[in-house]
Design a protein around this ligand. Structure first.
Ligand code: DC
Length: 231
């Protein structure tokens, strides 16, 4: 029987995880799961229902009602509505670090994420995938990049999407989120002991993808052939 594979990609905000993860998943015909988008969707759900994400009591009051779907391409749906772009906007980015820090929120998301990886091979990106969600992943990548490189990438991405903000503002926001994500009590951002560090500050997306695919082939002991497009 063909077994399921999993690739975990963790790392700080805007380190280019999702762009590379999406391409790797497509090339391997694996399911791509953007776990950050799930926390973002929950944050949007709170904002739209007039709840303050900084208040644990308010946030948890809506948790039982939260339902979302993510498709193979990483599009996110909140009660059937496509919110993929909406969850990238500044109001959500500013509050998501608070909403994702509550224990009950994390437990619910981790359960959903593990379910997704049960029946299919996955490439999952986030902060706690290698440490908490998929501790037995075939390959764990810890992706890093300098604050300058990350701010520059996010700035260009935001410009394309029409999201306002200067390079300095984006760099500050990235540093702020790095701090909150790595200092929170529950499942803080940290590297799994068996993860491989990938510094992408001076790498193109193509080089990143190539490196992840080659590491996966070696680690999982499978040969991957670009012409086959699938394992
Ligand atoms: O990767 P991102 O910027 O879309 O993530 C949004 C927020 O969600 C970020 O503040 C960290 C948090 N997050 C998390 O705590 N655990 C994950 N597995 C993924 C994201």
């Amino acid at each position: 029987m063909k077994r399921n594979y999993s690739i975990a990609i963790d790392g700080p905000a805007a380190s280019g995880k999702s762009t590379a993860a999406k391409i790797v998943a497509k090339k391997l015909s694996f399911l791509y799961v953007d776990t950050g988008a799930m926390y973002r969707a929950f944050t949007l759900f709170l904002i739209e229902n007039g709840k303050n994400p900084c208040s644990e009591e308010e946030a948890l009051s809506l948790l039982p009602l939260f339902e979302m779907k993510e498709d193979k391409e990483g599009h996110v749906y909140l009660k059937g509505r496509d919110v993929t772009s909406r969850v990238r906007e500044n109001d959500v980015s500013n509050e998501v670090s608070y909403a994702c820090a509550y224990k009950a929120v994390r437990e619910k998301m981790v359960e959903l994420q593990r379910k997704m990886a049960e029946d299919e091979s996955v490439v999952m990106d986030g902060r706690d995938i290698g440490t908490v969600v998929l501790p037995h992943a075939d390959l764990k990548i810890y992706q890093i990049a300098s604050v300058e490189a990350r701010a520059q990438r996010r700035y260009l991405e935001n410009q394309k999407k029409g999201i306002p903000g200067t390079l300095e503002e984006i760099a500050k926001d990235i540093e702020r989120r790095d701090y909150i994500d790595s200092h929170r009590e529950h499942s803080p951002l940290r590297m799994a002991e068996d993860a491989i560090v990938l510094d992408t500050s001076n790498m193109t997306i193509e080089e990143e993808v190539e490196e992840i695919l080659s590491l996966f082939s070696k680690k999982a002991g499978v040969k991957w052939n670009d012409t086959e497009q699938s394992l």
